[in-house]
Structure formats: structure tokens, C-alpha cells
Design a protein around this ligand. Structure first.
Ligand code: ADP
Ligand code: MG
Length: 621
């Protein structure tokens, strides 16, 4: 609380200054959106006060209904946006109208940094909230009084680096934003122009927006309307308002459920991944309303975390208005709503996936990694989630479903093969895939970190277990041969490389768990695999990177008995005295390092690697 009666002057946070330079100098053709931003803020302020009065009725100072009033003074060239909402204290003003409080604005600045000069195009894309007032005004006054406080304050700025705060007069709580319009912005003094803007951008606002005695909007909550009466534009505007988003929704879901717990939901799936999607707190952003009264936009347990990309609202008249947010949270009715919404959303996604696979691929690229968390967290709906999962694979350039994969399985193929790694385009080059490719056996390419984790929870799909191609023996023999498969592979096992294996084992010692002939290699001489029952290679890599694992386990080195290098080394190991053959010893280490490098890793001793490579080359020359 600040008790000074003098006028104080403050500087804008540096970032705000930069922002205002762009905004103020803009001849941005779409600058009418400033009104959308101010009306949106006024509506938020009314929502907030309405919620506060539920638990603290004394805050409701007058019996006036919540509303937003627009006022034009042609002579003074001012446009005023006024609300009877929550208002701002001295500290609120300092914190919010001098800094970058808003996430959308932060994102704008980030984009600006990486984008060089084109600030104007970006304003339209991100919206800059309150500061957009300076696109049309060369001075802005904010007269405000916080509900429950005595003092009113006036904030003023010309948008040029500084703002002032001084005591003001205001009869009731709420906020009045007075725009002193720029010379070239007189159009915003025209009533028709204002009507048209409100029509375009603010029809969804659920409080009356008034100009004189006229109410310009229908002032009913958009989700209470008949779905077919809501236009695409209105959805987009409401989505922007309610989500701080600026893209077009990828999908709109508007449902009324009558049953155990009546509720209406109006949910949007963004077409652009929100920037906080992968934040550790995994917050949901769907707003909860009780009988059209806004309660909270951070309700836990309204939406499962694996659907946290959803935006929009849920409204139920069956929840109690007179309890705190915290108590609402533990209301069993909320859990029922959650289940109903979750099933509905998964059902809608399934429809989309079947009807419009290309569009669904866009969704999947944005949110697939998040949705897959549900395979771990929601065992009850696991099968439904698995059904709508999509994967890259060695066989098709498009994403594939598991059902389609299983449909393409070869005779005798008993597992769903996958290879997990960090980057699908690199995995596809891996030696581990050679034998599968040669046999025409499809392998799923998994490159989201979450893949390693759900695979530990999901044992199988349609009776087929998931099997990593980098773990355990490759059981390729049992699977039907492709027509174009070469025949030489057959006697791979019979070819005798026992001496070579013994010699490499002896030389590498503890660095490896075992050395075995490979059935999965066709072109490369070696690869490293995890033994059956050991931790898969990629999982180990992820855990190490996150400091959850210090030391990896020794791997199995597989040799390709058909490879020229291996055949020649095998010859050499058979003859003579292997134990004192330096070339064989160097080769053992080089083969291990070669396998590591093919996996995108580094030799364990780079200096020794370089020395051995050098000596082998010298001998060859
Ligand atoms: P956002 O609305 O996304 O938070 P804005 O830049 O539009 O960002 O507004 C910044 C903040 O200023 C708001 O979050 C709110 O705290 C405060 N504010 C703006 N206008 C009002 C208003 N009419 N009544 C109360 N607070 C307001
Ligand atoms: Mg705003």
C-alpha cells in the first residue's frame, strides 16, 4: 500500500520501452485491435470481481450489473473504455502497467529478437495487450480503484519511456482507460466504426459492452448459444480472448452433457503448439465456470495433464458456487466432468484421425508427445489413446497407426519392432535396422523422450509385444522372407567366427558384456545392442543426460559374419597366434569404437582410437 499523495514518476521496464517504440510508431493497418485488447481486459476484470464477491460479498459495492462502457468525446478527441470490475491498486499498476506481465507480450519480444526488424507483422500475430493502446493514442490515462480499497489512482503515460502514478478520484471500484487519440486515429471517434470493431472482435464477451444507451453485443456467454449459431470468426475471437493465443484453432469442440453432472464445454485445440507446453509444471489452461461465473483458469483435475494443449472453458451449474477454489478441486463431481471430457476429446481425435489423416498429422506433430504421456498416466483409457497414436516408420513416409502396422506385419512376425533415438532422421540410418530393411520388416522410429517411458507400461498391441531392435537377439529367421532378399545370409550362423569372437572378448574384457554373431546386420561390420533384460540403449542415454544414471551398462557387441572385414579377421584369428597379434587387438578396439560412433557416441578413449586408426592405416598403405 502506498500512501503518498504526490505524483510519482517511473521508467518502463527496458523491454516495455522497446515494445512501445514499435507500437507507437506503427501505422499497422490492423490497429483497431487495441479496442479488442481493452475490452478483453475489462471483461477479465469483471470476471475477477464477480468471483471475489462470491466469498466476500462486501466487495460488491453497488447493485449495478457488470458492464463495459465506451465513451467518445469528439471535442476532447478521447475514447474511454470503462468497467466496474476488480480495479487496480497502486502496486498492481506498478507491477502490470510498467512491465511485461503478460505471457503473450513476452512471446512477442522473443519473436522480435529472433526476427530482426519486422515488429509490425508480429504485433498482429501475438497481440501486445494493454500496450496496443499506444498504437492509436499519444497519451493514455488509467483511472482505477481496486475493489475493497479506499484510494483511487491515476496512471498516465505518453508511451515514451516513463509513466506517472498519482492519487485520483473514482466513485466506485473499476477501471477507466482514457485514450487521447492521435491525429491520424480520429476514425475511432466514429460510433459506426466502434460498433463495427466490437462486432468483429468482441461479440463473445459475456458482459454488456455499451456505447451510450446502446448495448453493442448480445452479452451472453458464447458457450450457452446453440453451436450452429456461432460463426468461425466468433470462435476464433473467443479462443484468442480466453487463451491468450493468436492462431486459429485447429479444432473446436462444443458439447453439452446432461447426466450425472450437467456441464457444457467449449474446447479448442490450437494449431500452433503453445510455448509453455513442455514446461515442467504441465499446467492445464482450461477455464472453469460455475453457472457462467468464472472460477479459475488453473483448476487441477479438470483436464488430464496429457490433454494440457486444450484451451477453452468448462461450465457446470452442478458445482457449488459458494466454496473456495481449493474445495471445488476436491469435489467428486469435478472428477466426473474430467472423465466425461477426456473420453469426448479422445473420441473426437479418433474421428479426425480416421477422416482427415493429413490434418491429424499436424495435430500429432504438435501434441503427440504430450498425448503419449496418457499411456503412462491413464491406464483406464490406454487402449483408446494407443488407437490414436501415430508413428514414423521405415516403411512409409506418412505417419502410421499401430493397427496399420500390424496389418502390414510379415507372416511369422510376432512383435512390433521399434527403434528409439533422439532424431528420427538419424535413427533411420542406424546399422541396427539393416537386417530388418533387407527382409522388408517394418520398424517404428520413435524419437520423443516419452517413448522410452510409455513402452515400459504398454506391453503389447493386438497381442504383439513391442520389441526394440537395439535389444536382445534379432529373431529374424522365423519371419517370412521377402522376394528380393539375397540368399547368402542363410548360412551366416554356420560360418565359423568362434575364434575371432574369443579373441575380441579377451581383448575388450569388461568393456563389453559379450560378443555374438549378428543377424540384424547386412552392410555394417558391427553394432552394439542391449542384452535381453538390460536397459535399452536410448533409455540409458536419456537417463544419463538427465543425471539420473552415472554409468551405463556394458553392451553386447554383434559381428556381421558376412562382412568382408569380419571374414578376414576371422581367417586371421584361426591361423597363427591370435594372442600376440597386434593387428587383431587393435581391430577389436576399433570395431567397438566404430559401433559406438555409428550410434552417435564418441570412442571411450579418443586418443587411443586415433592412434589405432593411424597404425592400421599405415599398415594398409
Ligand atoms: P493480459 O490481459 O494478457 O494479462 P494486458 O497487457 O492486456 O495483458 O494487461 C496487463 C494486466 O493489466 C492485466 O493482466 C491486468 O492485471 C491489468 N489490467 C489491464 N486492464 C485492466 C482493467 N481494466 N482492470 C483491471 N486490471 C487491468
Ligand atoms: Mg489483456
Amino acid at each position: 500500500m502506498n500512501d503518498t499523495n504526490a505524483k510519482e514518476t517511473f521508467s518502463f521496464q527496458t523491454e516495455v520501452g522497446q515494445l512501445l517504440d514499435i507500437v507507437a510508431g506503427s501505422l499497422y493497418s490492423n490497429r483497431e485491435i487495441f479496442l479488442r485488447e481493452l475490452v478483453s481486459n475489462a471483461s477479465d476484470a469483471c470476471d475477477k470481481l464477480r468471483y471475489e464477491t462470491l466469498t466476500n460479498p462486501s466487495l460488491a459495492e453497488s447493485s449495478d450489473e457488470f458492464s463495459i462502457s465506451l465513451n467518445v468525446e469528439k471535442k476532447a478527441k478521447t475514447l474511454t473504455v470503462s468497467d466496474n470490475g476488480i480495479g487496480m491498486s497502486h502496486d498492481d499498476l506498478l507491477e502490470t502497467l510498467g512491465t511485461i506481465a503478460r505471457s503473450g507480450t513476452g512471446a512477442f519480444l522473443e519473436a522480435l529478437k529472433s526476427n530482426g526488424k519486422d515488429g509490425l507483422g508480429l504485433i498482429g500475430k501475438f497481440g501486445v495487450g494493454f500496450y496496443s493502446a499506444f498504437m492509436v493514442a499519444d497519451r493514455v490515462d488509467v483511472l482505477t480503484r481496486k475493489a475493497g480499497e479506499e484510494k483511487a489512482w491515476q496512471w498516465s503515460s505518453d508511451g515514451k519511456g516513463e509513466f506517472t502514478i498519482e492519487p485520483g478520484e473514482r466513485d466506485a471500484s473499476g477501471t477507466t482507460v482514457i485514450l487521447h487519440l492521435k491525429k491520424d486515429a480520429k476514425e475511432f471517434l466514429e460510433e459506426n466504426r466502434i460498433r463495427q470493431i466490437i462486432n468483429t472482435y468482441s461479440e463473445h464477451i459475456s458482459f454488456p459492452v455499451k456505447l451510450g444507451d446502446d448495448t453493442l453485443n448480445s452479452a451472453s456467454a458464447i458457450w450457452t448459444r446453440t453451436p450452429k449459431d456461432i460463426t468461425e470468426e466468433q470462435h476464433t475471437e473467443f479462443y484468442h480472448h480466453t487463451s491468450n493465443a493468436f492462431d486459429k484453432p485447429w479444432h473446436v469442440m462444443h458439447n453439452r452433457v446432461e447426466g450425472a453432472v450437467n456441464h457444457t464445454s467449449l474446447l479448442y485445440i490450437p494449431s500452433v503448439a503453445p510455448f509453455d507446453l513442455l514446461d515442467a509444471d504441465r499446467k492445464s489452461h482450461v477455464k472453469l465456470y460455475v453457472n457462467r461465473v468464472f472460477i479459475s483458469d488453473t483448476t487441477k483435475d479438470l483436464i488430464p495433464t496429457y490433454l494440457r494443449f486444450l484451451r477453452g472453458i468448462v461450465d457446470s451449474q452442478d458445482l457449488s458456487l459458494n466454496v473456495s477454489r481449493e474445495m471445488l478441486q476436491s469435489d467428486p463431481k469435478l472428477a466426473k466432468i474430467k472423465t466425461s471430457i477426456t473420453k469426448k476429446v479422445l473420441g473426437e481425435l479418433k474421428k479426425k484421425a480416421n477422416k482427415a489423416p493429413e490434418e491429424y498429422a499436424e495435430f500429432w506433430t504438435n501434441f503427440g508427445a504430450v498425448l503419449k504421456e496418457g499411456l503412462i498416466e491413464d491406464p483406464a483409457l490406454r487402449d483408446r489413446i494407443l488407437e490414436i497414436c501415430r508413428f514414423s516408420s521405415t516403411q512409409s513416409s506418412e505417419l502410421t497407426s499401430l493397427a496399420d502396422y500390424v496389418g502390414r506385419c510379415k507372416d511369422g512376425q510376432e512383435a512390433i519392432y521399434y527403434m528409439a533415438g533422439e532424431d528420427a532422421s538419424k535413427i533411420v540410418q542406424s546399422p541396427h535396422l539393416e537386417g530388418y530393411k533387407a527382409k522388408g520388416i517394418e520398424v517404428l522410429l520413435l524419437s520423443d523422450p516419452v517413448d522410452e517411458f510409455w513402452l515400459q507400461h504398454v506391453a503389447e498391441f493386438e497381442g504383439k509385444p513391442f520389441k526394440s531392435v537395439t535389444r536382445g537377439a534379432a529373431d529374424l529367421d522365423k519371419i517370412a522372407k521377402d522376394e528380393n532378399e539375397e540368399d547368402g545370409k542363410q548360412d551366416a550362423e554356420t560360418r565359423d567366427i568362434a575364434e575371432l569372437i574369443a579373441c575380441i572378448k579377451l581383448e575388450l574384457g569388461d568393456a563389453i558384456k559379450d560378443v555374438r554373431p549378428s543377424k540384424r546386420l547386412t552392410d555394417s561390420p558391427v553394432c552394439l545392442i542391449a542384452d535381453d533384460g538390460d536397459m535399452d540403449v536410448n533409455l540409458e542415454r536419456i537417463l544419463k543426460r538427465h543425471g539420473q544414471l552415472q554409468q551405463g551398462m556394458p553392451r553386447v557387441l554383434e559381428l556381421n559374419p558376412d562382412h568382408a572385414i569380419i571374414m578376414k579377421l576371422a581367417e586371421r584369428a584361426k591361423g597363427g597366434d591370435a594372442a600376440s597379434d597386434d593387428l587383431l587387438k587393435d581391430a577389436a578396439h576399433l570395431l567397438l569404437d566404430q559401433a559406438r560412433i555409428a550410434d552417435g557416441e564418441v570412442p571411450s578413449d579418443p586418443a587411443a582410437f586415433a592412434r589405432r586408426l593411424g597404425s592400421v592405416m599405415e599398415n594398409a598403405l
